[in-house]
Design a protein. Structure first.
Length: 310
């Protein structure tokens, strides 16, 4: 059984790497063909595709009347997305931050996280009406992206293969499926291995499962950055975090009230600080550099130690 779980884990990582590679290639090719800025592709298609594990877990839990895991799933993933994924990506290579990302997307991500915190503090839950508010903000966000795509200016153009449209779409579909299934396999295999060695359920949830649901973002962002598609790399994370709060929590709240336990207040405050640190760390040089990446990784270590103590 242990050998089988190792095989499943390795298969998961293989699916993630190859799936992310195909997904990014397809997205970059479509961006080039249609004249759409890579940043917009990253903030929409790539971001939503790699957020599917969080969306599936939260919405399925709501349907099964177990929406209590939604806040922890989303907030935990958002913190890990910035501190771990952007941190690792920045250590590997400098990640360019576009002007629009500094002025609009990162502040918007931070503001909606503050709104989530306010909803949680005031009523200890996210209600149907608050879910509607999140959906209105999500539609406004999509409108903003549409305007940005129409402008299509001041975005970098990295090299992209000149593939036919049908091949681009096929690469994105197959890549997206491989990324999501790879995440499932990696989480399943790693969890069983951890249990075999006697690790606690809590430790598994805080480490393997949390990282596992964010593996698509990690692999896709690192792959995009290494291929030179830095607009997709940073846009993927910011877009995923926005998507997680507005769409995932918003949709879950429309299905049933989402409990917001008091212990999540500190976690949500840290999620707000993630946005602030990302903005401060990229404002001066207009890119995310290795020193800031190291700081982000250290911040997550401190946060993880906090989780272990409470």
């Amino acid at each position: 059984m242990m050998f089988l779980q190792v095989i499943i884990l390795l298969a998961g990582f293989l699916f993630l790497v190859k799936g992310a590679d195909w997904f990014v290639e397809g997205a970059a090719s479509i961006a080039k063909k249609l004249g759409i800025p890579q940043l917009i592709i990253g903030l929409t298609i790539v971001a939503m595709g790699t957020s599917m594990p969080e969306a599936a877990v939260s919405i399925t839990a709501a349907i099964n009347k177990n929406a209590g895991i939604t806040i922890g799933n989303v907030v935990g993933s958002n913190i890990l997305n910035i501190f771990i994924i952007l941190g690792i990506t920045a250590v590997i290579t400098n990640v360019a931050i576009q002007k629009s990302t500094l002025l609009y997307e990162i502040p918007f991500m931070t503001v909606i996280t503050i709104i989530l915190l306010i909803f949680g503090i005031t009523g200890s839950e996210v209600t149907f009406i608050e879910g509607v508010i999140f959906w209105i903000l999500f539609l406004i966000y999509l409108g903003y992206l549409f305007v940005m795509a129409k402008k299509g200016n001041d975005q970098e153009e990295a090299e992209a293969k000149d593939n036919p449209v049908w091949k681009c779409m096929l690469l994105m579909v197959i890549g997206g499926i491989l990324v999501v299934k790879g995440s499932d396999f990696a989480v399943s295999g790693a969890t069983e291995i951890a249990r075999y060695f006697g690790m606690s359920e809590r430790f598994i949830g805080l480490t393997i499962v949390a990282l596992g649901t964010s593996l698509p973002e990690l692999v896709t962002s690192v792959t995009a950055a290494r291929r030179g598609n830095t607009g997709i790399a940073i846009g993927n994370i910011v877009g995923s975090n926005i998507f997680n709060i507005l769409f995932v929590i918003g949709t879950t709240a429309l299905i049933c009230t989402v409990p917001f336990e008091s212990k999540f207040i500190i976690d949500t405050v840290i999620a707000v600080l993630c946005g602030v640190i990302l903005w401060i760390g990229t404002f001066r040089h207009k890119e995310l550099r290795k020193p800031c990446g190291v700081v982000m990784l250290l911040c997550y270590v401190v946060y993880f130690l906090y989780l272990c103590l409470v």
